[in-house]
Design a binder for this molecule. Structure first.
Ligand SMILES: [Zn+2]
Ligand SMILES: [Zn+2]
Length: 326
């Protein structure tokens, strides 16, 4: 089968051995994969991976085979996935901290991903999606789970909040909050520093830079909540001297529960369509990555139904200019 693989020479379509379905797993015929910053960073070498590595983690497809012990998912189901594979048995997994499982592995980074004709994933990572839902929206499951995680923070619907950032993640976060009754939030792009000082009850950072944290500490009221919703590749500095007198609460958030995220995908109050970019065929994967790199506001997708029959040599060198790591 064909898969888009990060190799030492670049990112290329390769013929690889067909995957099969092990115990507890479902085998998925992939139809569509969304590209996110993690994929761009792997393709461009900003995130180092063990090669060869199949890229991609935001996918939708149909289950074509299932291990005999699989109960919750059936053959024929349309599914999207939680891309973090974990043991499911350790104290953290059983205690609700599965993303901190010592053996947690991220698809497309630590283990092979989903820009492939088929992918096998544990049943616990598969989430059933109604057939009627647009594949492009279904493939947003992981970013929706990531953005909806902000609702874990101790923030209230009537409070005054700021979502800081200029990206689809910032927009999606704000739309999810608004759909949940948060009416008093402002979206501020990073080139417009939040002008309020000591005003906001909570501030959500989606930029992940030292500058963004500095600005948000300044605009939060004493006792305010700083929600960290970005995954910068490098450590950031935090000015504790400015922060301590105001005794801010810092709240890093990772993922909402994926079942909750899959229900959010069906919520007509959230304008997912405004986040959708283009769908590229597999033989346009170069253009797809370039479009995703240039477009911070819309999600771009690769359709897997048209996987190229022959490898287009090693021409797919995604030499993207390193920008923000956020
Ligand atoms: Zn992602
Ligand atoms: Zn575990």
């Amino acid at each position: 089968m064909r898969a888009l693989v990060r190799t030492d020479a670049g990112t290329v379509w390769k013929d690889i051995a067909a995957v099969t379905c092990g115990p507890g797993q479902v085998l998925v015929q992939v139809s569509l994969v969304g590209l996110c910053r993690t994929d761009l960073a792997v393709a461009a070498g900003r995130i180092k991976v063990k090669t060869p590595r199949i890229l991609g983690h935001e996918f939708v497809g149909r289950v074509v085979s299932a291990g005999s012990d699989v109960r919750r998912i059936s053959i024929g189901d349309k599914i999207a996935a939680d891309p973090v594979l974990r043991c499911g048995r350790c104290d953290r997994c059983l205690g609700g901290w599965q993303y901190a499982c010592p053996s947690a592995e991220f698809m497309g980074v630590d283990v092979d991903g989903a820009i492939a004709e088929r992918v096998a994933i544990p049943e616990q990572n598969a989430w059933r999606i109604p057939d009627s839902l647009d594949d492009r929206i279904a493939a947003l499951l992981e970013p929706v789970a990531a953005c909806a995680a902000v609702m874990k923070a101790p923030i209230g619907k009537t409070q005054f909040g700021v979502v800081f950032g200029h990206s689809r993640l910032a927009r999606l976060t704000a739309m999810i909050l608004q759909s949940r009754g948060f009416e008093n939030i402002r979206c501020v792009p990073p080139n417009e520093a939040p002008t309020e000082t000591d005003a906001y009850d909570f501030a959500i950072d989606t930029e992940g830079t030292t500058d963004s944290l500095t600005q948000l500490v300044d605009c939060l009221r004493p006792g305010g909540v700083l929600v960290l919703k970005s995954r910068p590749l490098r450590p950031l500095a935090l000015d504790l001297k400015a922060m301590l007198p105001k005794e801010h609460q810092i709240f890093p958030v990772n993922y909402a529960e994926f079942g909750e995220a899959s229900r959010l995908l069906l919520d007509p109050a959230i304008d997912f369509a405004s986040l959708l970019g283009d769908v590229w065929s597999a033989d346009q994967s170069d253009q797809a990555f370039q479009a995703a790199e240039n477009d911070a506001f819309r999600k771009h997708f690769i359709e897997l139904t048209s996987v190229p029959a022959r490898p287009p040599e090693a021409r797919t060198q995604h030499q993207c200019v390193p920008s923000s790591d956020a």
